[in-house]
Design a protein around this ligand. Structure first.
Ligand SMILES: C[S@@+](CC[C@H](N)C(=O)[O-])C[C@H]1O[C@@H](n2cnc3c(N)ncnc32)[C@H](O)[C@@H]1O
Length: 240
């Protein structure tokens, strides 16, 4: 007896309610998103290329990775905020190499310039150029790489997780023993898989949500310290 009215209720009401919820979420998200927020404006006045510069500063204040004299790789470096902070931290005796799909204007801090390469890090030829420019094993690999977001959640999460793996696999070919990696992550099941590999590849593995990330962003950062090498079963994947 009750089934019919219930069915009618579900058909008529539920889709509308669900739709209302989605619209409310969308409007809420848009209202909360302020592209030119406080850190955006601060970056402009401090001379940083992007508000992302404060994320690296915040993270480094927590985990203290970047030191004078170090060689640092910055994967996904456009427009260059992290390159600026890395150059400040490594000083005159250090070196910073960046790579991005997009061209980056030259970055110089205190008379020292970053070496900047244009290309897709998935490409073996680009990886070779980065290795060549690094001139040997490096102390720290930073990856702020993020995919072009499509809005399709599972697709975005999968692409993001693939970049987190790329950062680790590439790092394994270029990182000194004991070196460190930072990688941006968007939460999801695939990233949990990547976290398991990071945990095995480093003596210390931590994850960080940053105050300087946009309030609307779900991003977090994986930090691996004390590189031990990739788990054995994965090493073959890198060399193949
Ligand atoms: C959030 S931005 C980086 C911001 C940068 N850390 C800064 O401080 O200005 C992410 C960058 O990752 C780059 N990226 C994504 N996939 C890449 C790939 N496969 N190879 C190289 N760069 C990539 C994008 O082109 C984009 O510029």
């Amino acid at each position: 007896m009750l089934l019919r009215p219930l069915g009618e209720f579900l058909l008529k009401k539920l889709p509308v309610r669900a739709l209302r919820g989605v619209i409310r979420k969308l409007i809420g998200g848009m209202a909360n998103y302020d592209r030119k927020d406080r850190l955006y404006r601060q970056a402009k006045s401090d001379g940083y290329r992007s508000r992302a510069a404060y994320k690296l500063q915040e993270l480094d204040a927590k985990v203290k990775l970047l030191k004078p004299g170090m060689t640092v790789l910055d994967l996904g470096c456009f427009p260059g905020g992290w390159l600026q902070v890395a150059l400040e931290k490594v000083g005159r005796g250090g070196a910073v190499v960046g790579v991005d799909l997009q061209p980056v204007e030259p970055v110089t801090v205190g008379g020292r310039s970053a070496v900047i390469l244009l290309g897709d890090l998935y490409e073996p030829t680009v990886q070779e150029s980065v290795l060549e420019q690094a001139g040997g094993r490096v102390d720290v690999v930073l990856s702020d790489m993020s995919p072009k977001l499509t809005g399709v959640r599972f697709q975005d999460a999968a692409r993001s997780a693939a970049l987190v793996e790329l950062a680790l696999f590439f790092s394994s070919t270029v990182l000194k023993e004991g070196g460190s990696v930072v990688a941006k992550v968007f939460p999801g099941n695939e990233c949990e898989e990547a976290a398991k590999v990071y945990r095995r590849a480093f003596e210390k593995f931590t994850r960080h949500v940053l105050d300087s990330s946009r309030k609307t962003s779900k991003e977090l950062y994986f930090v691996g310290r004390g590189f031990r090498g990739l788990p054995e079963e994965l090493q073959a994947q890198v060399s193949s």
